[in-house]
Design a protein around this ligand. Sequence first.
Ligand code: G1P
Length: 293
Amino acid sequence: MIKKCLFPAAGYGTRFLPATKSMPKEMMPVVNKPLIEYGVEEAIEAGLDGMCLVTGRGKNTLFDHFDKNYELEHQISGTNKEDLLVDIRHLMDTASFTYIRQREMKGLGHAILTGRELIGDNPFAVVLADDLCVNEEGPGVLAQMVALYKQFRCSIVAVQEVPKEDIHKYGVISGEVIKDNIFRVDDMVEKPEPGTEPSNLAIIGRYILTPDIFELIENTEPGKGGEIQITDALLKQAKTGCVLAYKFKGKRFDCGSVDGYIEATNYCYENIYLKDKQKTELGKHSTQKSEEA
Ligand code: G1P
């Protein structure tokens, strides 16, 4: 079964300079939580408990974020500020965190291959934390994909329809519909030149990969941008075996772009943060009432 989730987190986040000059882009907060934490929560919700981070230079705050901060714990111990650490404490108790450093930036395929030692010989998930996905109507995107994997036992990429003018920013698939929202991939192109895209279905940063992908990546030549692309390795897998594309339920925000990041912030503030706050306050109110009774 799928237990591990790989987080490629070595990139420079240049679209967010100067904010990302010394801070990893995965630590950018959406409301009061860093992007990486949303990704880890989504993985835990999908039943995964081994978080494998592929990091790079200048990413030390990622290690610190998922570790105990004794000074802080001591300072706020016994105060109502402790409530603010409940979620991350739970997350640290539930999951284990392992790290490996990618010394050179040679593309997403190369980042995934760098994580091989942490993953081993099992199917695994990949989350690109700057694609923030939420689904308030039901299970998260990764949980939907894990359920699908149980049925089909092959690699799966999450896809979304995107407007024609934006499609060149993504890996793009084409395929035959085999069920509602599920396609069997027959073509896949990384960031196609305008006018050559095989469809309007863009790959979003959620993948389930079977471990034979590592060997395929090893034998993949640099592609778009001179980088080793996971899209190219997956196309080989699709041609020799099976890769599915899944049009997921839920919303996705491109937090690698300023517009998407602001949209995510507004959405999460209104639909997650404020609602949680209301629930907590209602909870406190009713405890107070029952204590008074
Ligand atoms: C990566 C992948 C691309 C995918 C995208 C999703 O590109 O290479 O296929 O569509 O993530 O966010 P990047 O955005 O890292 O350039």
